[in-house]
Design a protein around this ligand. Structure first.
Ligand SMILES: Nc1ncnc2c1ncn2[C@@H]1O[C@H](COP(=O)(O)OP(=O)(O)OP(=O)(O)O)[C@@H](O)[C@H]1O
Ligand SMILES: [Mg+2]
Length: 172
């Protein structure tokens, strides 16, 4: 399955990428956002919010609340599972309602609740790139057919973007 791999050089660029992605998503879609502490996951979610007509300044990590809900053109459900101690906490949250529901879900550290994710989702992995402070690699890996289409469209959009993204496809 093809992955789309994009390099960014600033938080603004990572935000812009999140903004562009969000516009290709629909209610009921889930994004599993992975990457080390401080990689830029929340920055990416701010961008997604902007793409849905939500003020990015309202977006903060739901580290203790587990979920923040933002109202935009479509609702954005922003999860952070980092402090989850037991899977039951995730179940008690009523996560199923959110994931299949009326909004777009993005789960920071979604790997920690992987068994609970839908059968199709988009994995976005953010990693530091080399030793340069502001460089990141953002990998979009589709799990399921639906998200292959989404990253195809996103890739086409980047090709025409005047911001000059560096990106490639990975066939593994
Ligand atoms: N290219 C870049 N993309 C994203 N963030 C960047 C980039 N360069 C520098 N940064 C900085 O890295 C930090 C990323 O913080 P952020 O809170 O988004 O990380 P996180 O992955 O959500 O961490 P946590 O696991 O603690 O929730 C910010 O301070 C941001 O300014
Ligand atoms: Mg975060």
């Amino acid at each position: 399955m093809k992955a789309l791999i994009v390099s960014t050089s600033s938080p603004e660029e990572t935000m812009d990428l999140g903004r562009r992605l969000a516009r290709w998503l629909s209610p009921g879609d889930t994004v599993n956002l992975v990457g080390d502490l401080g990689a830029g996951k929340t920055v990416f979610v701010k961008g997604m919010a902007a793409g849905l007509g939500i003020d990015p300044a309202r977006v903060t990590s739901p580290t203790f609340a587990l979920i923040h809900e933002y109202t935009g053109d479509v609702p954005l459900f922003h999860f952070d599972t980092y402090r989850l101690k037991h899977p039951e906490e995730w179940e008690n949250l009523g996560y199923e309602e959110y994931l299949r529901g009326s909004g777009i879900s993005v789960v920071e550290w979604g790997d920690l609740v992987e068994p609970y994710l839908p059968s199709e989702y988009l994995q976005v992995k953010i990693e530091r790139d080399g030793t340069q402070e502001n460089k990141r690699t953002v990998e979009f890996r589709p799990i399921g057919r639906r998200f292959q289409d989404v990253i195809q469209e996103l890739g086409k959009e980047l090709q025409h973007a005047d911001t000059g993204y560096r990106y490639r496809y990975d066939d593994r």
